[in-house]
Design a protein around this ligand. Structure first.
Ligand SMILES: [Zn+2]
Length: 354
């Protein structure tokens, strides 16, 4: 089992986090009431937004998309990690720290996806609401991938199971509403509309993936980001690296995967937008040496979305892009009408800040 170095502090963090979160929830309303002039960040989160929309900072693009949908016109949302950024390696820059300090509310994935931002997020949680989407997910639905010094480590790539991700989004709407009760009803209504969009997406994805011949339902990518996808949509998923890109690929794993691909005559493997394509290229070369020409089926979005303003710069568009490449690469049928629901293309009306 591959456990990368940022999981070293997992045990301590897992033990402390619930307590810190609980304390933070207790303390920050008091901070707001006392409203000391020095408590700039926390104080600004109160008082019915004299400064305008609620400033939300999300770590990943997928979370920012959800926060924009929930917050609607009441929120201004920024994502720290842009297109092509690998969250497993990501460290908060000075600019990020300033944005986080300035935020009224912070959203992260949790489950150690943002492994190198753990301390920053914990510290922020003492002065303002900091929420992890994964805190709203039932433990039984999470994929256990290891044990770091006695603490359970779960696969953080929960956005690839649309139904599971939707559960987390309802949780975000609830906690946003607790943080800003005056907008609770709006948040709940906005979330309901967004979740309707995601339900249609999920149904379309199921239909689309079902067109891939069963023998070809093997998805090989750079790192193990797609296991929730595999569980949800019926694919055998193999990543060259572990659930974190921080882990190394062993030559034996590479050779085993080459054997699988050649034996099962899988037509394509995939690279990822946020991970170097180097290891996938060595896989293609390995197959070639054994007489099996395997294609690179294109670049999937794994841990980051596409450019803002493009369909892939939204969660729905990101998943549809992946679906098109996967079904085309593995011998299924892509039906554009099934994929992109027209309403999924329009950006929600919001004070979008990034
Ligand atoms: Zn990842």
């Amino acid at each position: 089992m591959l456990v990368h170095p940022t999981y070293r502090s997992a045990r301590r963090a897992l033990r402390l986090r619930p307590l810190l979160r609980f304390l933070a929830l207790l303390v920050w309303p008091l901070v707001l009431v006392s409203c000391s002039p020095s408590g700039e960040g926390a104080a600004s989160a109160s008082k019915a937004q004299p400064h305008g929309p609620i400033r939300i900072v999300a770590t990943t693009g997928m979370l920012a998309d959800a926060a924009r949908a929930i917050g609607g016109e009441q929120a201004s949302v920024q994502a720290l990690m842009g297109p092509g950024v690998d969250p497993h390696y990501y460290k908060a820059s000075q600019g990020d720290i300033a944005r986080l300090r300035n935020a009224d509310l912070v959203v992260h994935n949790g489950l150690h996806l943002e492994g190198r931002m753990q301390d920053v997020l914990e510290a922020l949680g003492r002065s303002k609401p900091v929420f992890a989407l994964s805190d709203g997910l039932p433990e039984a639905r999470l994929r256990l991938v290891g044990d770091a010094a006695g603490s359970k480590v779960y696969d953080p790539h929960v956005w690839f199971d649309v139904q599971l991700w939707s559960t987390g989004i309802r949780h975000l709407a609830d906690v946003f509403g607790q943080a800003f009760p005056e907008y609770n009803e709006t948040f709940q209504n906005n979330a309901t509309a967004y979740l309707g969009e995601l339900e249609r997406l999920d149904q379309n994805l199921r239909k689309t993936y079902a067109t891939v011949p069963e023998a070809n339902r093997v998805l090989v990518t750079s790192h193990d980001a797609f296991s929730y996808f595999g569980q949800a949509y019926g694919f055998d998923v193999r990543g060259l690296q572990g659930v974190s890109t921080v882990s190394e690929v062993s030559l034996r794993d590479l050779a085993n995967l080459v054997d699988t691909l050649v034996t099962r005559q899988i037509p394509a493997v995939f690279v990822e937008s946020s991970v170097s394509p180097r290891t996938i290229q060595s896989l293609v070369e390995g197959c070639r040496q054994k007489g099996w020409e395997i294609a690179i089926g294109g670049e999937l979005f794994s841990d980051a979305m596409g450019d803002a303003g493009t369909p892939e710069g939204r969660y729905t568009g990101m998943l549809e892009h992946n679906a098109r490449l996967i079904v085309e690469g593995l011998g299924g049928q892509w039906n554009a009408a099934d994929g992109a629901s027209a309403d999924a293309r329009a950006l929600p009306k919001t004070h979008s800040a990034s």
